[in-house]
Design a protein around this ligand. Structure first.
Ligand code: XMP
Length: 530
């Protein structure tokens, strides 16, 4: 394991990903982590960048025990400065903040047998790197030497004379440093000598064993499934581990996509063999959503109603389990666990030393669910990034169209119907959305787009059909490309595809006479319209 200590840089999770892409397990922890409290011994430590200056009063500092661990340490940007600060170097503000590309000149080292340092071995004399800093090293820490410089940063890369301590001012984890992956590889593979045993095949085996150990011989697990990648993969993994002791519950909230509940049932139950109950609660949800326009209120109502319905269903499963127990033989035990499809980015967000970042919209999840039942949480995906979950899904034989599926928000179509939500409005939007996605798939563009969906606008516009004037509703189409949905760009469709989509929607969906395409990026817009 590589331990990555996070000082709050926006790129910290990328360092973790780069290590894992090399099949080396890496774990991100807050920089305030005490080394003596670690429950594993890392093979190496990476100190991340940070928005702070090391000499700020409130600057985060590392437990200096990392320098006594006897393992290699790599400091990136602030990490370099933090290392120097602790090892008696000097850091000061740059005359000019450096932000952007720079050329790194790799130093020729005359002592020893190597001509360049192990960190840059076989990477050439010069490479493009990405800088983003306001401070830099102005004096070398004791017993360090320079291994690379740029025009503005004489100490752009440094190494200890005898210990495996390295510092680099640039960011190897971003794609703007084209050889950055290789530099991280030199550190993780050659210098730390990590084994490349972090693979999804290994993960499945270990995780199934872990789940079996946690859940023991008896006791049931319940979990919600939505038809999305995360909950499907988590459910399948639980099924592999404990079979029918896992119960999946799907709540049809009336604002799902066209035929979604049916499709999820077919796939999870028939194809993947998961024990699944689909609850049609659409009447209840739609009655509570009646006349509600405010997006936050829609989210709250859906979130709370979901909890009510899920709890009711969980109680039924528990009652059945209790009855079975009374009869004695072969009982599978009571409901003890709640499965959650939490992913690593959610974990990272909540472990940050700064605390969770501010959310702009209240995202619906199953948070304080089932307090009375005192269920323990089980989160088999909490170590994984989204693309790792997809790889896991493929290995678990989940169909690829599902594994590659765009995300779908918990409050569903309710936040894509801009006015009040009624069954009629839901049907109009479901129909338009299914045509849109069908045509995107037909044009083989689905995998190039991060998220695509239709939105039903609360306006009416005039049109003409045959000889008749129409006065009907408007559909807006949204398609974005995004790495992490914090920022997003609108997708550039070939005109032909848009033409076909528009013509099909206006011809086939009763009640729609106009289609528009949303060309707003995030920020300033958001991905969803509500
Ligand atoms: P925004 O609209 O915030 O969307 O730019 C970013 C991503 O989050 C999804 N999203 C939600 N997901 N509950 C969810 O589960 C919500 O309330 C919610 N609101 C937005 C959105 O679909 C996009 O992928």
């Amino acid at each position: 394991t590589i331990l990555i200590l996070d000082f709050g840089s926006q790129y910290s999770h990328l360092i973790t990903r780069r290590c894992r892409e090399l099949n080396v397990y890496a774990e991100l922890m807050p920089c305030t982590q005490k080394i003596k409290d670690l429950n594993f011994k890392p093979k190496g430590v990476i100190l991340s960048g940070s928005p702070y200056s090391v000499y700020d009063d409130d600057a985060p500092h590392v437990d200096t025990a990392v320098f006594e661990l006897g393992v290699p340490v790599l400091g990136i940007c602030y990490g370099l400065q933090e290392m120097a600060w602790n090892l008696k170097g000097k850091v000061s503000q740059c005359d000019h903040r450096e932000y952007g590309f720079a050329q790194l000149q790799v130093s020729k080292i005359s002592n020893g047998n190597k001509s360049v340092d192990a960190l840059f071995e076989n990477l050439g004399d010069e490479m493009q790197v990405w800088m983003s800093h306001g401070d830099q090293l102005s004096e070398m820490p004791t017993d360090f030497h320079i291994i690379g410089h740029t025009q503005n940063a004489p100490y752009a890369a440094i190494a200890h004379n005898s210990k495996p301590f390295y510092g680099i001012q640039f960011h190897p984890e971003v794609t703007h440093s084209p050889r950055g992956r290789e530099i991280i590889g030199r550190f993780v593979l050659n210098i730390c000598e990590c084994k490349t045993n972090w693979t999804m095949e290994e993960f499945i085996g270990k995780e199934i064993t872990r789940i079996r150990q946690i859940c023991g011989e008896k006791g049931r697990v319940i979990g919600a499934v939505s038809g999305g990648v995360d909950s499907t993969v988590a459910a399948k993994l639980m099924h592999e581990a404990i079979g029918d002791r896992f119960h999946a519950i799907m709540v049809d909230n009336g604002v799902l996509r066209l035929n979604e509940a049916k499709q999820v049932h077919e796939m999870l139950n028939n194809d993947l063999g998961v024990n699944l109950t689909v609850v049609d609660a659409s009447e209840l949800f739609l009655s509570r959503l009646k006349d509600i326009e405010d997006p936050e209120q829609k989210r709250k109502i859906i979130g709370n109603t979901f909890i009510n319905v899920f709890e009711e269903e969980a109680a039924k499963i528990e009652a059945a389990a209790e009855a079975e127990e009374k009869q004695g033989a072969e009982a599978k035990g009571r409901v003890e666990w709640l499965l959650q499809g939490t992913l690593y980015p959610d974990v990272i967000e909540s472990i940050s030393f700064k605390g969770p970042s501010a959310t702009i919209k209240t995202h619906h999840n199953v948070g304080g669910l089932l307090k009375d039942m005192k269920l323990k949480l089980i989160e088999p995906l909490r170590e994984l990034f989204k693309d790792e979950v997809r790889a896991l899904g493929r290995l678990l034989s989940i169909p690829s169209h599902l594994v590659q599926r765009h995300p779908f928000p918990g409050p569903g179509l309710a936040i894509r119907i801009l006015g009040p939500v009624t069954r009629e409005q839901v049907q109009i939007l479901q129909h338009a959305d299914s045509i849109y996605i069908e045509e995107i798939r037909r044009a083989e563009l689905y995998d190039q787009i991060s998220q695509a969906f239709a939105v039903l606008l609360p306006v009416k516009a005039v049109g003409v059909m045959g000889d008749k004037r129409t006065y009907e509703q408007v559909i807006a189409l949204r398609a974005v490309q995004s790495e992490d949905f914090m920022t997003a760009d609108w997708f550039v469709f070939p005109a032909e595809v848009l033409r076909r989509i528009s013509s099909r929607i206006t011809n086939e969906v009763a009640g729609i006479n106009r289609v528009t395409y949303d060309i707003s990026s995030k920020p300033p817009a958001t991905v969803e319209w509500l």
